[in-house]
Design a protein around this ligand. Structure first.
Ligand code: TMP
Length: 239
């Protein structure tokens, strides 16, 4: 299916219409931002890796019974997805303290939690994606209680499956951010992307960061880290 006019350009992807109103065409970019767009850069080849990694992981999650927006990969950078109304919540699951959690609660980065934890933010760049709770989300009409329950159970299921998957690649899934969308029939599916932009992935042995924190924190070796996790994922999928 061909792409038609540009519908929306985000920080990491462009979204085009297609002939089918229920199908969108996503083109992944190499652009990288951090701190709500304050820091800008390019990670060469990132669009290809994020497109392919997200698609492989979503296929894997589909096989485990988690519905996603994925239809099919068009080429190394582009993918067809189901059109959804994005639920304006960023859902973050954490297995190990890092990033904003460590800062907010004074918990040392690397502290392993007794249980995985979840938080939701209001997806609103102008406000800096503020944290909120489920009561706030329902009060503002961002989602219903039922939708929030569905989203929470999918998010924990994603964590269970992806943590196990990455473990076999010698990678620890520290935390990640998910977005969900609603299909025209109202059902909830996993949307957006799952990539080193949206996950913290640490080498299990060395604890080396293999994700966007290398860009956020100016650690260098950004491209190599993305290529390394992609290589490990592909090796594992071939087995
Ligand atoms: P945080 O520790 O900065 O809150 O990030 C938690 C996780 O969410 C981490 O894996 C990176 C991901 N994330 C995004 O995908 N987009 C964002 O805008 C932010 C702030 C974090």
């Amino acid at each position: 299916m061909e792409k038609k006019d540009l519908l929306y350009e985000g920080k990491a992807k462009k979204v085009y219409r297609t002939d089918d109103p229920e199908v969108l065409y996503i083109a992944y970019k190499d652009d990288a931002t951090a701190f709500n767009g304050l820091k800008k850069g390019t990670i060469s080849g990132k669009g290809i890796i994020n497109n392919q990694m997200s698609n492989r992981l979503m296929q894997y999650l589909e096989s485990k019974g988690i519905p996603t927006h994925l239809i099919e990969e068009c080429n190394e950078r582009d993918t067809l997805v189901k059109r959804v109304d994005i639920v304006p919540l960023e859902v973050i699951i954490r297995n190990i303290a890092a990033g904003s959690f460590s800062k907010r609660y004074g918990v040392e980065e690397g502290t392993v939690f007794a249980e995985p934890t979840i938080e939701i933010s209001y997806k609103n760049d102008a406000l800096g994606d503020p944290l909120l709770n489920a009561y706030h989300a329902v009060a503002m009409g961002l989602a219903t209680w039922d939708e929030i329950e569905t989203i929470k159970s999918y998010a924990f299921a994603v964590n269970k499956h992806l943590s196990a998957f990455w473990k076999t690649c010698g990678v620890t899934l520290v935390d990640f951010k998910l977005e969900f969308g609603k299909l025209s029939d109202g059902s909830i599916v996993l949307a957006d992307e799952i990539s080193p932009d949206t996950c913290r992935l640490w080498d299990t042995e060395t604890k080396e960061k293999l994700d966007k924190d290398r860009f956020r924190r100016d650690l260098g070796g950004v491209e190599d880290a993305y290529a390394e996790v992609m290589k490990r994922l592909e090796e594992h999928l071939q087995q």
